[in-house]
Design a protein around this ligand. Structure first.
Ligand code: IPE
Ligand code: IPE
Ligand code: MG
Length: 245
C-alpha cells in the first residue's frame, strides 16, 4: 500500500489536513528576487502536496491560499496572487481530473475578482463528480469572518421564525459554516517555521494537532510533508479524557 511504503501507518492517516503555506516571500527575497517569484514557485509545491494527498487517500486537504488579512498587502502583490490563482485553477484542472480530486473553496469568495470566480466555478463543476481527495482552497478566508457569517445566517433564520434560538447548539453552528460537511481538522501543518494560526479554521481545528516545519513553502517537499504526517501519527490525542495508555 502506498501509505505504508511512504513510512506511514495507513489506519492512522488524518481525515482532514489543513496547511498554512508560508514563506514564499522569504524564499524569493533570500535569492535577491521579487516576492512574486516565491508565489510562483509555491504553486509547484501545491501541486506536489495535493497529488501526494490523493495518492495517500487523505479525504480532505484544506490549503490557506489567501487570507482576509492578505488584502492589506500591496495592490501589485494582491493582483499577482489573483492572476496566479486563476492560472493555477485553469492549468491544474487536468492533474485534478487525473487524480480524482474534487475542488472546493471556503471564504468570502465573492470578494475575489471576476476572472478568479470564473475559473473557480469552472474547476468546481468539472471536478464535482470526482470521488477522491477534496482539495479545499481557503480564499479570502478568515476564521473570525466565517463565524460571523455563520451567526448572520442563523440570526436571519431565527428572525424569519425558521430557527428557535434556544435550539442552537454546536451542530447548528457547524451547519452554517462555509463547508458544513467537512470533518474536523486533524492536523494543521505550517511551513516556514512559524507557530501561529493566523485566523485559519479556528472552529474546525479546535482539537487539531499542530505541526510546524522549517522549510519555506517553495522548498517544502513531499518528504517534508510525510515527516509532518509521521509527527502527527506519533502524537497521542486525548480530547480532554484520561490517557488510554
Ligand atoms: C505565503 O507566503 C503565501 C501567502 C500568504 C499568500 P508569504 O507571502 O506569506 O511569505 P512570507 O511569510 O512573506 O515569507
Ligand atoms: C497566512 O500567512 C495566510 C496564508 C498562508 C494564506 P501570512 O503570512 O499571511 O500570515 P502572518 O501575517 O505571518 O500571520
Ligand atoms: Mg507569510
Amino acid at each position: 500500500m502506498y501509505a505504508r511504503a511512504a513510512g506511514l501507518e495507513p489506519a492512522r492517516l488524518p481525515r482532514h489536513v489543513a496547511v498554512i503555506m508560508d514563506g514564499n516571500g522569504r524564499w524569493a527575497l533570500g535569492r535577491g528576487w521579487e516576492r512574486f517569484n516565491g508565489h510562483r514557485r509555491g504553486a509547484d509545491t501545491v501541486r506536489a502536496i495535493t497529488t501526494e494527498c490523493a495518492k495517500l487517500g487523505i479525504p480532505r486537504l484544506t490549503l490557506y491560499a489567501f487570507s482576509s488579512e492578505n488584502w492589506t498587502r500591496p495592490a501589485s502583490e494582491v493582483e499577482f496572487l489573483m492572476d496566479l490563482l486563476a492560472d493555477f485553477l485553469r492549468s491544474e484542472l487536468p492533474t485534478m481530473l487525473e487524480n480524482n480530486i474534487r475542488l472546493e473553496s471556503i471564504g468570502r469568495v465573492d470578494e475575489l475578482p471576476e476572472r478568479v470566480l470564473f475559473e473557480l466555478a469552472n474547476a468546481r463543476s468539472a471536478t464535482a463528480a470526482n470521488t477522491g481527495t477534496i482539495l479545499c482552497l481557503a480564499l479570502s478566508y478568515g476564521g473570525r469572518d466565517e463565524i460571523v457569517d455563520a451567526c448572520r445566517k442563523l440570526a436571519d433564520q431565527a428572525a424569519r421564525g425558521a430557527l428557535d434560538p434556544t435550539s442552537i447548539d454546536r451542530t447548528t453552528l457547524q451547519s452554517a459554516l462555509y463547508a458544513p460537511q467537512a470533518a474536523d481538522v486533524d492536523v494543521v501543518i505550517r511551513s516556514a517555521g512559524e507557530r501561529r494560526l493566523s485566523n485559519f479554521l479556528p472552529w474546525q481545528a479546535a482539537y487539531a494537532e499542530y505541526v510546524d516545519h522549517p522549510a519555506l513553502w517553495p522548498d517544502f517537499t513531499v518528504a517534508d510533508f510525510r515527516s509532518c504526517l509521521l509527527e502527527y501519527q506519533g502524537r497521542e490525542r486525548r480530547f480532554g479524557a484520561v490517557p488510554t495508555r
